[in-house]
Design a protein around this ligand. Structure first.
Ligand code: FCB
Length: 454
């Protein structure tokens, strides 16, 4: 299929990316694996949270999800049919260390060994994330990420992963989106473990960063050859009006979403304006923490979905000139360009991967097809925005589309579909959407120098 399903982007999609650019897809363990009680896996905070009434739409849980634990071979074959060269996935900590401390579960490690074998055979590079939100419940029972001790347990787990598999994966990210763990999990209470406590949330943010620093140092000691880094969700914040109040709101939103993590990682300090805003809710930092947190990383993963529209009057929305996704998130590809250029200007980041980008659509299965033109349009526009950022000097080395498969979308359960591949949950049948075929063709065109399309 010629990658021209997006008429508006037709003339843009034949622009070449760098020849060695990494084309990938992303998933995470709890969202796809299922097999929640198999082969010695321990309970995670998401098992416990999702089991509580009213926490997840439809009462859905990740107990079966996409049954990827049993169907990983089929899923790797699907990745091959998409022509991707890279796969980003996460390790379920409770699968490999059921109590989050002490004994390793060899059956759990074996699953990841089998997955890596299948990826090797398919010629697909593995990009691992150690923590994509599924903390062993046993650690939550001891205070979870509110407890500094969890950071030490995390570093032990990270070092063990690096020892076993560090030579078989291209990158290892410590955390996925610590902002969501901290704020949505501990201040808003919409994600596990479901707390509503701002002070706890900021302490969690700090303890997550600390755990990143400790894990980096433990993995450096292993020296496996994998590139080591972290994945942050970032959104540029725009003032909703040309007023000082709206500009102040945008600065604060930027501090809370972006600088909260970027400043400690790259400058060794929390933003002063954020600390002033938090007052007594600012995190407790111990001597030595910031040096650990700001130790060099090999890559930065950025997940981009939308922008923040800050300081709007009550009931007033972002312009949404390109519409909204099925999550109600504004489609704003230009924000990706502007944000990457800003990051390159304000920090000295290492090479960047776009580790997630994608959209939920209200997809409908029609026979053997899903005509998700809106996702093709979203994808084409964001790739063009990314190419523009690279042309303006941002050092971006790869793009991972979220997601390979429709999957368990956290508090939205199975109601929101992000996949390039449709999953019929009743039968576990996978069906390539139009967007999957478009992405496959796009990647081929890029490999051929992107000169034959358009
Ligand atoms: C990101 C998460 C990922 C998925 C997408 C839609 O915040 O990292 O697991 O839920 O959003």
């Amino acid at each position: 299929m010629k990658p021209t399903a997006s008429p508006l982007c037709e003339n843009l999609t034949n622009q070449p990316f760098p020849a060695d650019f990494v084309w990938g897809v992303a998933t995470s363990a709890y969202q796809i694996e299922g097999a929640a009680a198999e082969d010695g896996r321990g309970a995670s905070i998401w098992d416990v949270f999702a089991a509580q009434a009213g926490k997840v739409v439809g009462g859905d849980t990740g107990a079966v999800a996409c049954d990827h634990y049993h169907r990983y071979r089929e899923d790797v074959a699907l990745m091959q049919s998409l022509n991707v060269g890279a796969y980003r996935f996460s390790i379920a900590w409770p699968r490999v260390q059921p109590d989050g401390a002490g004994a390793w579960n060899e059956q759990g490690w074996d699953f990841y060994a089998r997955l890596l074998d299948a990826l090797d055979e398919a010629g697909i590079a593995a990009h691992a994330t150690l923590y994509h939100w599924d903390l062993p419940q046993a650690l939550e029972d001891k205070g979870g990420w509110r407890n500094r001790d969890t950071a030490k347990r995390f570093a032990e787990y990270a070092a063990e992963f690096a020892r076993r598999f560090g030579d078989r994966v291209r990158t290892i990210a410590t955390h996925n989106e610590p902002l969501c763990t901290a704020m949505i999990g501990h201040e808003e209470g919409r994600f596990a473990p479901g707390l509503k406590d701002r002070k706890a949330a900021y302490q969690v943010a700090h303890n997550l960063l600390l755990s990143h620093g400790l894990a980096m140092s433990a993995m450096r000691a292993v020296d496996s050859g994998a590139e080591l880094g972290i994945v942050l969700n970032q959104s540029p914040a725009y003032a909703a009006a040309n007023t000082e109040a709206a500009r102040a709101a945008a600065r604060l939103a930027d501090a809370m979403c972006n600088r909260l993590f970027m400043d400690p990682l790259f400058r060794g300090a929390y933003p002063a304006d954020l600390l002033a805003h938090l007052g007594a809710d600012a995190p407790v930092v111990q001597p030595g923490d910031m040096a650990l947190i700001s130790a060099p990383i090999d890559f930065l993963g950025i997940n981009y979905y939308s922008r923040i529209w800050a300081g709007a009057a009550a009931g007033e929305q972002a312009p949404c000139a390109l519409g909204m996704t099925d999550m109600g998130w504004e489609i704003y590809p230009q924000g990706l360009t502007e944000h990457l250029v800003r990051i390159a200007r304000d920090y000295t980041p290492p090479p960047i991967y776009i580790t997630e980008n994608g959209c939920a659509c209200a997809d409908v299965l029609e026979g053997d097809a899903v005509h998700d033109g809106a996702r093709v349009d979203f994808l084409a526009r964001h790739l063009e925005a990314l190419r523009a950022a690279i042309a303006m000097g941002a050092d971006v080395r790869g793009y991972f589309h979220w997601s390979l498969l429709d999957n368990f979308e956290w508090d939205s359960g199975y109601a929101k579909r992000f996949g390039l591949i449709y999953v019929d949950y009743a039968t576990q049948r996978r069906v390539l959407k139009d967007s999957a075929r478009w992405y496959a063709a796009y990647i081929t065109a890029q490999r051929n120098g992107a000169t034959t399309q358009g």
